[in-house]
Design a protein around this ligand. Sequence first.
Ligand code: ATP
Ligand code: MG
Ligand code: MG
Length: 356
Amino acid sequence: GATIGILGGGQLGRMLAVAASRLGLRTHIFEPAANPPAADVAHRVTTAPYEDAQALAAFAASVDVVTYEFENIPTSALDLIESLRPIRPNRRALAISQDRLLEKTFLNGEGLATAPWCSVEDAADLAIALERIGTPAILKTTRLGYDGKGQARIMAPEDAADALAAMAGQPAVLEAFIDFSREISVIAARGPGGEIAAYDPGENVHKSGILHTTTVPAHIPPSLRSDAVLIAARILNALGYVGVMGVELFVTPKGLIVNEIAPRVHNSGHWTQNACAVDQFEQHIRAVAGWPLGDGSRFADVEMLNLIGDDVDQVPSLARDSGTAIHLYGKAEARPGRKMGHVNRVKPLRANSARG
Ligand code: ATP
Ligand code: MG
Ligand code: MG
């Protein structure tokens, strides 16, 4: 069987490796940090920095195709890998999702709505941007932000200096604050032949900038559900994408606004593990390995609850509920803000239950 190379050995890499293993495929993880969550389940792990060209080349040579569990991989590493093996999803998807300016430019170019935005490099830019966009607004670093890090709210013009200081000299983008009614995301996959399989949109609630729960179905009308899936499909097709993508959307009275895209399996797609025949991890491995996509339809309503930091102490009591599927990442230390695991609370659909 084939070997899948995975850049990154966190919980997403771990769950990708489990899915690959179930398909009889081998995985080789490349991860700079020692003892990553994926090391328990992968067939092979290389522990080396992305600057180690020799280790990277050996890693690439040992696999058939390379995928990744996070988007902030150094360009030099990607160049080296791409000279040896295919990278799926492709470089363009990575480049766009690494940079909020490229991302918004791409999305708007596809006719998709984003929050009104302006590029900001210094105080003068920010003053002009605030005049155009107004307050409230959010200033975000263009690169390397996650879990709400690298962001500052600007409630009134006098917050501008503090917000700019929070960017620590990095290029940023000012976004209008969207007064959304709900946040949803679509997890969708595209295969090498161009076929698309999308999961039902999930409704996301964040706590301190970190995803807290995803509830499926989202509390939105059917028309918005299909709008969300069509937006995801448009993005996948425009990028000639292969693999699973997460698309984060805001629901507003004027329709859906794209917040950001993630060119990988996504935390808000973990519910698929217990509510779909083929979950997002298997779907991603299928696409990357050139298999046909699986069925993404849902056989249950479900709520995914993230276990962050000390939340993991609730596991013994959660384990007493027979309808709760538990997923732990094998991380030894429960630091604040650290994703330790998640649970899926599944409610079978009544229409599907066998009745006399
Ligand atoms: P992730 O961990 O999802 O990659 P991130 O650090 O890239 O997060 P965003 O997704 O851009 O950050 O923002 C985090 C959260 O902040 C959003 O899910 C949303 O709740 C809120 N938010 C971000 N941008 C806006 C906006 N323009 N208007 C209103 N709320 C916003
Ligand atoms: Mg993000
Ligand atoms: Mg986000």
